[in-house]
Structure formats: C-alpha cells, structure tokens
Design a protein around this ligand. Sequence first.
Ligand SMILES: CC(C)(COP(=O)(O)OP(=O)(O)OC[C@H]1O[C@@H](n2cnc3c(N)ncnc32)[C@H](O)[C@@H]1OP(=O)(O)O)[C@@H](O)C(=O)NCCC(=O)NCCS
Length: 231
Amino acid sequence: MNNVTNWQPASDQLVISPGNLHVWRFNFSDCNQIKQLSILSTDERVRAKRLLVPTKQQQFINTRMQLRLLLSRYLTIPPEQINFKYNNYGKPSLKQQHNQPITFNLSHSGSLGVIAIGYDCAVGIDIEEIDAKLNYLQLANRYFSEAEINQLQERTGSEQRDEFYRLWTQKEAIMKMVGTGFSNTKAKEIGDSPISNACTTNFTVAAKYKATAAAAEKLIINYHDLNFGDY
Ligand SMILES: CC(C)(COP(=O)(O)OP(=O)(O)OC[C@H]1O[C@@H](n2cnc3c(N)ncnc32)[C@H](O)[C@@H]1OP(=O)(O)O)[C@@H](O)C(=O)NCCC(=O)NCCS
C-alpha cells in the first residue's frame, strides 16, 4: 500500500513523460462549482440524460468535465475539442486524430473520483468506497481465485473487509487496464495469472476508500489534486 500523504497541485500546462503515471483525485462536492456542461460532446449529454438516478448522472457529468478539463491541459487544446473512441467493452481512449501517446482511465465511487494518465502505456484505475454492509464474501467466492480467498482468510473483521477491497480494486484496475472490465470471464484468475504481470499500486485516496492503479509496465507515479476539497 502506497500511503500517499503528499497529493500535489500542478501547473496549468501539464506534461507526461515516458515511464511516468500521473494519478489525479477530485471530490464531487468541488465539481459543483464547475458549470461547463457545454464542454461535453453530444453523445456524452445524451448518455447523461439516460442516467435516471440523479447521483449517477451527476457523477458521470462531473467526471467527464474533470476528464476533459484535465486532458486539455496535457493536449493544450480546448476541452470541447477532445474526441474519444471506445473499445467493444466501453473503455474510452483518445481518438487517433489527436496523434498523442497519452493514455488514461478513470474511476468514481461515493464522492470521489480518480483519473490515471499514462504515456504510450495501457493504464487502469479503480476506486471503491468501503461499504460496511457489503456481503463481500459472496463477491469474493464468485470472482476471487483460490490464492486470493486464502489471502482474505488470513484476516478477520474490518481487516478482512479492507483486504477484500484492496484485492478487488487491484483486480478491477487490471481488467480496466486490459480494457475488458468485468466482462472478462477469467476474472478469477486475474491476480495469479500472467496477465498480472501488470504492475499494480494500491494507494490511499481518503479514509474509507481503497484504490489501485495498474499499468502494463513499471511506472513512476506522481499523485496530484485536481482541487483542494476536504478529503
Ligand atoms: C467498466 C467497469 C469495469 C466499470 O466499473 P465500475 O466500478 O462500475 O466503474 P468505475 O467508476 O470504476 O469506472 C467507470 C469508468 O471506466 C471506464 N470504462 C468503461 N468501460 C471500461 C472498460 N471496459 N475498461 C476500462 N475502463 C472502462 C469509463 O471511463 C467509465 O466511466 P464513465 O462511465 O464515466 O465513462 C464495469 O462496468 C465492467 O466490468 N463492465 C464490463 C464491460 C461491459 O460489459 N461494458 C458494457 C459496455 S459495452
């Protein structure tokens, strides 16, 4: 676990170099001040409208605005000019036309979001708010490998729950790095198999949250704050 205590602010213009991974965090309560819906594309606005649960809709809109505003600082183009494409499983990436090596992935849970930015390297990220009521053993039995279940059983109580979330975010970050998400039927093996040659880093975003970043190679990670809300 990377106990990050030093989330840094950053300059307006951003540069990512080969071998590096930038991890950004933001708080939805701070997003409410950003009223730039016009930077979203038509398909993003259509998608937002289809989300009938207000909190889910706000999560989607806020995260897309943050993503666009952040990427525009790396690409030095206006946020509304950024175009995304999607793989068969829904993973977004920059359209070829940008001719940029920048890769990214994002995750949101509870009131927090995280975005990973890489350079010419597949990346995945996952954050989960710890739910004290979640029947995590049921999920573990369905998705975890024998080795992962053994790892869980070495702990009890809240330590076991924490370990579940650590392993879960690790697995999800890897599957998001690969781009299949949980549609990958080999979810159980991820964690033991060669695919986990992926380099994963668990890191602290805030109390009661677990998060992991995954990359196809070992990268130096810098942690940044998108804004300065209370975590
Ligand atoms: C994709 C998936 C991992 C998201 O998990 P989650 O915990 O609900 O959500 P997170 O907040 O961690 O991540 C969501 C973000 O990951 C990205 N994402 C979506 N699909 C992805 C994929 N296949 N791989 C990597 N990243 C993906 C998106 O940016 C998404 O944010 P958005 O909805 O605001 O665009 C999960 O839904 C899944 O495994 N789905 C299976 C793939 C699938 O059936 N997709 C259906 C669409 S074709």
